[in-house]
Ligand binder design. Structure first.
Ligand SMILES: NC(=O)c1ccc[n+]([C@@H]2O[C@H](COP(=O)([O-])OP(=O)(O)OC[C@H]3O[C@@H](n4cnc5c(N)ncnc54)[C@H](O)[C@@H]3O)[C@@H](O)[C@H]2O)c1
Length: 337
């Protein structure tokens, strides 16, 4: 049994603590938040008595195997480096870092300590999306040459996460990062990217619409994201996928309906995710993915292998975020290193 501590008891950490309670082979034995009210409320809610307002104090006092960092981005690098110095495996929430320099430093720190680092990049672990990824990787539609990965919604994300309204970067950094990661998982690494962004909501600081064109090796994809799209039915928080391959097509449509057409045959599946006992609609697909990615981390530690969504892997997703902002600002296509 791995013993872990969670740092950051905010909005999303509640899902992470529920997820850990359902994971085999790991448990959370201590929590930390510098906000005493959030710390107390979360400790009471999940029956965790070992509580700290200071992460360094917690790592010095507790006997741990890993930390799960659920804070917002400014604290990620110092906390990851602190955990590496303590010789712990680490999970860090997305966005992993504000800059690639910070991200590389975190990867280096944990690798130098001989431990595993996973970014909590959970969207590619949503079970309907995972089924699409596995079908494409398994050759169900031959060699893919086109993809569209789309997230369009009018959902008010600012009430639960007020910091999203004030950051100069919004949709690409917060949500597009997941959708770009799905594009990588489906179609492989990216050589060039062109992005166009705009802000429709006058009450926020950053962009709430982004349209991106990606060249992968052998395929092209469109990644389009919007939090300004008012439509019925509202599809939040579903990611919709279309992939064309040289022998067939795959569609993941609203309502978690997966259709694969190949060689004259059609396979239609209802991939509605289960509603876990602690989950609530419409978030249940994301909540399920939290438990799946945590189990993946625990299994990787046990088997001595690198998580699929490792810190090192996430450098490539983060590079797409940087490229998208650079492309939108310069109104030009950007080459990835
Ligand atoms: N993967 C997903 O699907 C998903 C969804 C929502 C949010 N997130 C990510 O989760 C992260 C947290 O988001 P949130 O909305 O829960 O934020 P939040 O502000 O609600 O919670 C963060 C908490 O961390 C605490 N904190 C910050 N720095 C600390 C430090 N150094 N030591 C101890 N406590 C510290 C704060 O007091 C706060 O309670 C963000 O990076 C966000 O992008 C991911």
């Amino acid at each position: 049994m791995l013993n872990g501590a969670l740092i950051g008891c905010g909005f999303f950490a509640q899902n992470q603590l529920h997820g850990w309670a359902g994971c085999d082979g790991a448990r959370i034995t201590a929590i930390c938040d510098r906000d005493p009210q959030r710390l107390a409320a979360t400790g009471e809610r999940f029956g965790i008595a070992r509580r700290y307002s200071d992460a360094a104090e917690m790592l010095a006092a507790e006997d741990l195997d890993f930390v799960d960092i659920a804070t917002t981005v400014p604290s990620h690098r110092p906390l990851v480096e602190m955990a590496a110095r303590a010789g712990l495996h680490v999970i860090c929430q997305k966005p992993f870092a504000d800059t690639l320099e910070d991200a590389r430093a975190m990867v280096h720190a944990v690798e130098a300590a001989g431990r595993r680092l996973m970014v909590h990049e959970n969207f590619r672990w949503q079970s309907p999306i995972r089924a699409a990824i596995e079908a494409v990787r398994g050759g169900a539609i031959g060699t893919p040459f086109f993809g569209r990965i789309s997230f369009r919604s009018g959902y008010d994300v600012f009430s639960g996460q007020p910091y999203l309204a004030t950051d100069p970067r919004f949709i690409i950094q917060d949500l597009g990062i997941h959708i770009l990661d799905i594009a990588r998982a489906l179609l492989g690494d990216v050589t060039h990217l062109a992005a166009s962004t705009t802000r429709i909501n006058p009450d926020i600081k950053g962009e709430d619409v982004a349209t991106m064109l990606l060249d992968h090796k052998g395929a092209t994809s469109v990644v389009d994201c919007s939090y300004a799209t008012r439509r019925t039915p509202e599809t939040f928080p579903e990611t919709l996928i279309e992939i064309d391959g040289d022998t067939g097509t795959l569609r993941l449509e609203a309502g978690y309906r997966l259709t694969i057409q190949s060689a004259g045959a059609e396979d239609v599946r209802d991939l509605s995710p289960p509603l876990l006992p602690w989950a609530e609609r419409p978030w249940h697909n994301i909540q399920e993915s939290v438990q799946i990615i945590q189990q993946h981390f625990v299994d990787c530690i046990g088997q001595g292998r690198e998580p699929e969504t490792s810190g090192r892997d996430n450098l490539k997703t983060l590079a797409l975020v940087e490229a998208a902002y650079a492309s939108a600002a310069a109104r030009s296509r950007v080459a990835l290193a």
